[in-house]
Design a protein around this ligand. Structure first.
Ligand SMILES: Nc1ncnc2c1ncn2[C@@H]1O[C@H](COP(=O)(O)OP(=O)(O)O)[C@@H](O)[C@H]1O
Ligand SMILES: [Mg+2]
Length: 311
């Protein structure tokens, strides 16, 4: 009788509790849809909706693919939960996830690693709301929460009073905020993949067509952004951008995959942030960069699974 080979069990987590829930659900569907079911036994689970499903699968799962963007999924919380249970999961571990999710702490680490970041002033409590503190950043300036993604809560402020208002609103919503120097330049993003050996994928240039920043609408509505991959930049600049993405990944202590957002201005590269759980919807940037390597979504996901299982 033919013996049936056991397929490795994969549990995909998508949805979750953060403001990026909708994006996460799309990432989950995108990844679930492209994994060959004859190779892997795959379950898609939204832990917010079905915690029981999550618990029932954790006992004998071979790999968790965590696609819970944002708080509780990307910030080390889910990673800590999986560590305690001894479950193998794709991507960065607890501390690295927490540090990368915090746009203020990660800035300090980038600087320590010799990388360039936009100047920023933290606004964590009402006492920090003082025009004098943020004046030096110049105008316009960017106001953003330190631990959100998908441009949630981010605004480009043309004057100090609108910046103060945006900071105050953020604080009132319970978010810790950052006022940041606005860097006007070419926006680039670079994906990194690998465990011990890291590889930077072709760089993507992002050109929002309807706004000055890559905001939520530009990110998720069709036709709002032009994404060029590989970016049309000189070879020596491309090398610098790739090196910067790899240095950021290493400096933060990340694992298996990441995507670093940067701005190129007058030959200098400013780091905005590194995403430890990059979007994986069919229109997301990581799949786009993979496509420029000749990998379709299935090939990309199979590579990630292999890396997740080997480490
Ligand atoms: N300091 C800045 N200068 C210019 N543009 C910025 C700056 N910070 C953010 N942006 C714009 O806002 C977008 C989102 O900011 P980012 O820091 O990457 O946060 P998120 O986690 O929300 O993606 C960027 O892709 C960029 O278009
Ligand atoms: Mg970003």
């Amino acid at each position: 009788m033919e013996e049936r080979v056991q397929r490795p069990k994969i549990l995909i987590l998508a949805g979750g509790w953060s403001r990026e829930r909708e994006v996460s659900l799309k990432s989950g569907e995108g990844v679930y849809g492209c994994i060959p079911k004859d190779l892997y036994e795959v379950t898609l689970c939204d832990p917010k909706e079905d915690m029981a499903l999550l618990f029932s699968h954790l006992k004998d799962v071979d790999l968790v693919i965590n696609l819970l963007h944002g708080q509780k999924g990307e910030d080390g919380s889910m990673q800590g939960f999986l560590e305690i249970l001894g479950v193998r999961y794709l991507g960065s571990r607890v501390t690295a996830s927490a540090v990368a999710m915090d746009k203020y702490i990660s800035k300090l680490i980038y600087q320590k690693a010799g990388l360039l970041v936009p100047k920023a002033v933290p606004v964590f409590e009402r006492e920090d709301l003082n025009e004098e503190r943020i004046k030096g950043l110049g105008l316009p300036l960017i106001v953003k929460p330190i631990n959100e993604g998908s441009s949630v809560g981010l605004s480009l402020c043309e004057d100090l009073s609108s910046a103060m208002k945006a900071l105050k609103e953020g604080l009132e919503m319970g978010m810790r905020m950052l006022a940041e120097e606005y860097i006007q330049g070419r926006e680039l993003t670079c994906c990194v993949i690998g465990n011990r050996e890291l590889m930077a994928l072709p760089i993507i240039e992002i050109i929002p067509l309807h706004s000055k920043v890559f905001d939520y609408t530009s990110k998720y509505e069709a036709g709002k952004t032009m994404e060029i991959c590989p970016a049309d930049i000189d070879e020596d600049v491309a090398k610098m951008v790739k090196d910067t993405a790899i240095t950021s990944h290493k400096a933060l202590g990340l694992r298996t995959w990441s995507r670093t957002d940067m701005i190129l201005k007058e030959g200098k590269i400013y780091i905005l942030e590194t995403n430890t759980l990059p979007g994986m919807t069919p229109n997301s940037l990581f799949p786009l960069a993979a496509k420029a390597m000749g990998w379709d979504m299935t090939q990309l996901v199979l590579k990630l699974i292999k890396l997740g299982l080997e480490d």
